[in-house]
Design a protein around this ligand. Structure first.
Ligand code: OGA
Ligand code: NI
Length: 342
């Protein structure tokens, strides 16, 4: 197991064959243009006279990109830095310690693995380690989290609570923008919260490897907190574009369930992660996920005879088993729930 986790590797001089993707799947080059026009939302402004403008900007960004950056999001710079360093330290801990969290199952409150949960079945491995922990409600999960580094539980508990508040504020603004009743996204649609941290060691040849496959996020809404090392890319207008990290900003990504609820008004962006030659990269993701049994469907307020529902109702559990069972990507799985056009 110890060598399965890339964070235990030292002195990587060449790219092992099982990490080299076939030519049609690999990035193929090292330099990509940056996505210049990703909207930046100043969340502080949503509390004042400019609330309507902020909502409009979020609505436009969600339709065009399904993706935006947020500044003045309410999570302090100190907490962001502490959390990033706690995870960087965690990935640097001795192999035996990390091994105690190793699992390729999905039922644990927290787990570490490399590439994907299918490591032993996949033809090619992604250049990453991942650590995931369930975090809502805190008291149900915190006991199973790592106790080292020393401040791990204290720092990540506060972070999880603060980031949840932040994402719920964004969802409130989306709710207003879509004209849905207040609290539409509370409870069942955001019942599960996962913190999922990607860690990539430097790669000798990023043109051959991928840190994460191209995908749409299957959940409701996601937040990414990037370190200063780039790697995230967005597929937009037929090309891959780099997402330059903005210091102290959070990235918000509309998941496929938000696309369904908006009746395809919103986009759920295709994104992936490429690797880097010089530096380690750590990204902390927070994912809000509906409870498995809850019925998801286009919001009633957004459909009428002129604008019929694009999807039938389904539970997140049904969606997720289609997605994992068919071994396809989440976006294709969503196709199974589309209504036939009459
Ligand atoms: C994800 C994701 C991007 C990153 O975890 O779904 O897209 O930069 N992560 O790690
Ligand atoms: Ni993603």
């Amino acid at each position: 197991m110890e060598l399965l986790l890339m964070s235990n590797w030292t002195d990587v001089q060449s790219t092992p064959e099982t990490y080299v993707f076939p030519p049609d799947k690999r990035p193929g080059k090292l330099i990509f243009p940056d996505c210049k026009d990703i909207p930046t939302i100043d969340l502080e402004k949503s509390e004042g006279l400019e609330r309507a403008e902020v909502i409009e900007k979020i609505m436009k960004a969600s339709q065009e990109f399904g993706f935006f950056q947020v500044i003045n999001h309410g999570v302090s710079q100190g907490l962001m830095e502490d959390t990033m360093s706690v995870f960087q330290e965690f990935f640097g801990m001795p192999a035996e310690y990390k091994a105690s969290f190793y699992s390729s199952g999905t039922n644990q409150s927290c787990r570490i693995y490399s590439s994907t949960l299918n490591y032993h079945k996949e033809d090619f491995h992604y250049w990453r380690d991942n650590f995931t922990q369930s975090c809502h409600p805190l008291e149900d999960h915190v006991q199973s989290w790592p106790e080292k580094p020393t401040r791990y539980r204290e720092v990540t508990s506060t972070y999880c609570v603060e980031v949840r508040k932040f994402l719920l504020r964004i969802l409130d603004l989306i709710c207003e923008g879509l004209g849905l009743k207040l609290g539409y996204f509370e409870d069942e649609l955001t019942k599960i919260q996962l913190l999922s941290v990607n860690h990539h060691i430097p790669c000798p040849d990023p043109s051959l490897t991928l840190g994460m496959p191209e995908h749409c996020d299957p959940n409701l809404i996601s937040m990414l907190h990037q370190c200063a090392v780039p790697g995230l890319q967005l597929f937009k207008d037929g090309q891959w574009l780099g997402v330059e990290p903005v210091p102290d900003a959070f990235i918000v990504i509309a998941g496929l369930q938000l696309k369904v609820i908006s009746n395809d008004l919103f986009t759920s962006p295709i994104h992936r992660v490429v690797t880097h030659t010089k530096d380690k990269r750590t990204t902390i993701g927070t994912f809000l996920i509906p409870s498995g049994d809850f019925q998801i469907e286009p919001a009633m307020a957004l459909v009428d005879t002129g604008n019929p529902p694009v999807y039938g109702a389904f539970t997140y559990k049904e969606f997720f088993s289609t997605f994992t069972g068919k071994d396809c990507d989440a976006q294709s799985a969503l196709g199974c729930f589309k209504k036939q056009l009459e």
